[in-house]
Design a protein around this ligand. Sequence first.
Ligand code: HEC
Length: 380
Amino acid sequence: MLDVLCRHLPMVRLRISALAALAVAAVACTGDIVDPEGDPLEAATRAFDTTVAPTMQTKCVSCHVSTENPQFMRPNPTLREGVLTFNNGALVDLMDPQASRLSVYASSQAHATVGVNYLPAEAAAVTAWVELEALAAGVEAEPVVETAKITPVTGANEVDLGSIGLTGSKLTFDYQPLATGMYLSRIEVVAATGGVRLVHPLFVVWDGPTAIPDPIDRFSDIDLTVAEMTTSQVGGGTAVFVDIPPSGELSVHFKTATFANGMPPSDDGGIIGGGCKAVDQFTTIARPQLTTCANQCHAGAQAPALAATDMSKLLDDAQQPDACAQILSRVSKLNPDQSSIIVSVDPAVPNVHPQFKVPAANFATYRTQMLVWINAEAAP
Ligand code: HEC
């Protein structure tokens, strides 16, 4: 259950509400706010008292302090501690706050038939609070992969995965506004060069500055690999979000998002995570083969070429590890021969990358040299 996702969302929520509450005019937005008052426990307690307890006292107390139903609202000694310790902590999941039973179960069909369910924003408040409890308990946060926000329009929409380094790939869906919600259908991933592997997509609707993650986290079990130039449906392909503003913005978060071969994507020419282990071979053997590509197009002379395959560091002697990592994202370690850095410029494959082909007379050399480096990267 080390499935920690979406930690930033509640932080953002907290930051905003905390700022409003404290009327702090100017606080630099440098990354996460973890504890606005220097004490995570205090922040967690305050979040519970101000954002979780009031809803429970209004909507849940009628059933959950009586004897017949689960009595998690009996103070022990405080309400917060009662909820935290109920049934050995079964209601909260510090490793994966989004999956906390308190919010998930009270957003479910099963509970709706016996009780009163949370609205999505109320469930999000529970997640936000559990996030803070996790911080107070010292649970490590993991980074979140988050696309840029889009404002859905009726009909076809696309979320550009270029914003998370997967240049050219996108997530598409049809959108239909509901009276108080959003209806998404035909949710698909269209994979460009390198393909994509997406784990645990989480749709997040934005009510102004407030993030409302999908309360039932319906795609939590998705681990989807889509080969390049193909399209695949995401899960059941449909999602209905109720009780949220139909005009809100939307973003998608992933536990991980990589190329199909598992390589981390590049980000603005930099590399998130992993890099090359055969930088020397890259510099001495592969780099000379690529200087033409860099000089003519991919080092910046042509913006679309740079966006497609970034070689901006290639010519810089001091930045060879980064230069290598940039090209590594265009390599298949499983099938070195099928690496896009080779196939795209193969004169015998006319339908891809028509902008440029290595001259037929030189291609065998190009291929052999590139493979020396790629095989060095692929070696166990
Ligand atoms: C009308 C009565 C009623 C109301 C109001 C109600 N519930 Fe429940 N709830 C139940 C009953 C009955 C059960 C036990 C049966 C079941 O698990 O489906 C239950 C079970 C639960 C459980 C599972 C507990 C466990 O560990 O098994 C959770 C969590 C829960 N409710 C949360 C809530 C929350 C949060 C609210 C307020 C937003 C709420 N309930 C409001 C009747 C209610």
